[in-house]
Design a protein around this ligand. Structure first.
Ligand SMILES: NC(=O)c1ccc[n+]([C@@H]2O[C@H](COP(=O)([O-])OP(=O)(O)OC[C@H]3O[C@@H](n4cnc5c(N)ncnc54)[C@H](O)[C@@H]3O)[C@@H](O)[C@H]2O)c1
Length: 278
C-alpha cells in the first residue's frame, strides 16, 4: 500500500518539469491528483517557453496510467479569481484537498541596477503572489477537515543572494517567510507547511539559452555543453544538477506521515549548495 493511498493532492505548475513528476509520484503511491497550470505557452518577460496545453494533457494521461483519478484546471496563479475558481472546482470533485504542492514558478534574468520594472513585477506576481493565491483558497478547506500538508518550492536562491536573479531570490525568500508564518498560524489545527529549496534541477527552466548565459556570462552564445561545468561548479556534490525524482523524494517525505512533526522547515535537496548558506 502506498504512503498516499486515498489522499487528494493538488500540484500547481503540474503540466511539466518538477510539478509533473511530483504529481506522478503521488499517483504512484496511491493518491488522486489535480494539477493546475496556466499552459500559456509564454509569459511576458520570460525568455523561454512555459508549458503548453498538450503538456497538461500528458500529465493527466500519465496520472491515469497509474490507475488514479486526475483533474486538470487551467489557471494563472497570478489571478486570485482564477485560482479560487480552480480550487473550488477541484475541492468539489475530490471532496477535499489533503496535500498542496505550491510549485508553479518562472525564472528571468537581469541585474538589479538596470532591471526593467516589468521584469521585477512579473516575477513577484508569479512566484510570490502566485504562491499566496495558491495557498489562500486551500488552507480553509484543510482546516475544515482538520488535516493538511503544504509543501512549497523555493530555491537555493531563497537562502542566499544570487547575481542576476535578485528578483527571483526576493520572491523565493518571500515565499519562505510566508510559509513559516502560515506554519505557525495553523499548527494547532492539523496542517503543516514546509518548503523545499533545490539548486539546479533538470527541467526546461534550467535547459534554455538564458539560463546557460546566467552560468556562462563570459560567452555570447553558450551551449548546454558550455554551461554544464559551470552548473557543476556551483554544487558541492559533483553533479551539474539534480533530477526531478530527487526533488519529488523531498516533497513526498514532507507530505508523508513520516514528517508529521515537521513544520515551518526548509529542506534542501540542493546537491549540497546549502552547505555554504543558511
Ligand atoms: N529548474 C531549476 O533549476 C529550479 C531550481 C530551484 C527551484 N526551482 C523552482 O521549481 C519550480 C518548478 O520549476 P521547474 O524546474 O519544474 O520549471 P518548469 O518551467 O519546467 O515548470 C514550471 C511550471 O509552472 C508553470 N507556470 C509558470 N507560470 C505560471 C503561472 N503564472 N500560472 C500557472 N502556472 C505557471 C509552467 O507552465 C510550468 O508548467 C519553480 O517554482 C521553480 O522556481 C527550479
Amino acid at each position: 500500500m502506498g504512503r498516499f493511498e486515498g489522499r487528494k493532492v493538488l500540484v500547481t505548475g503540474g503540466a511539466r518539469g518538477q510539478g509533473r513528476n511530483h504529481a506522478l509520484r503521488f499517483a504512484r503511491e496511491g493518491a488522486d491528483v489535480a494539477v493546475i497550470d496556466s499552459v500559456a505557452g509564454e509569459i511576458e518577460t520570460v525568455p523561454y517557453p512555459i508549458a503548453e496545453p498538450e503538456d497538461l494533457d500528458r500529465t493527466v494521461e500519465l496520472i491515469e496510467a497509474e490507475g488514479r483519478s486526475a483533474l486538470a484546471e487551467v489557471a494563472d496563479v497570478r489571478s486570485a479569481e482564477q485560482m479560487d475558481g480552480a480550487v473550488a472546482r477541484i475541492a468539489e470533485r475530490f471532496g477535499r484537498i489533503d496535500v498542496l504542492v505550491v510549485n508553479a514558478g518562472i525564472c528571468t534574468f537581469g541585474p538589479i541596477e538596470s532591471m526593467d520594472r516589468d521584469l521585477w513585477q512579473t516575477m513577484i506576481d508569479v512566484n510570490l503572489t502566485g504562491a499566496f493565491n495558491s495557498v489562500r483558497p486551500v488552507v480553509p478547506l484543510m482546516l475544515e477537515h482538520g488535516f493538511g500538508r503544504i509543501v512549497a518550492t523555493s530555491s537555493m536562491a531563497g537562502r542566499a543572494g544570487w547575481e542576476n536573479i535578485g528578483h527571483y531570490a526576493a520572491s523565493k525568500w518571500g515565499l519562505i517567510g510566508m510559509v513559516k508564518s502560515l506554519a505557525l498560524e495553523v499548527a494547532d489545527r492539523g496542517v503543516t507547511a514546509n518548503v523545499i529549496c533545490p539548486s539546479s534541477v533538470n527541467t526546461p527552466m534550467m535547459h534554455n539559452d538564458s539560463s546557460y548565459r546566467l552560468f556562462r556570462p563570459d560567452l555570447e552564445n553558450p551551449t548546454m555543453e558550455d554551461a554544464l561545468p559551470a552548473f557543476q561548479s556551483v554544487n558541492v556534490l559533483p553533479v551539474p544538477y539534480a533530477e526531478t525524482d530527487d526533488i519529488s523524494d523531498a516533497v513526498l517525505f514532507l507530505a508523508s506521515e513520516e514528517a508529521r512533526y515537521i513544520t515551518g522547515a526548509t529542506l534542501s535537496p540542493s546537491t549540497g549548495v546549502n552547505a555554504r548558506n543558511v
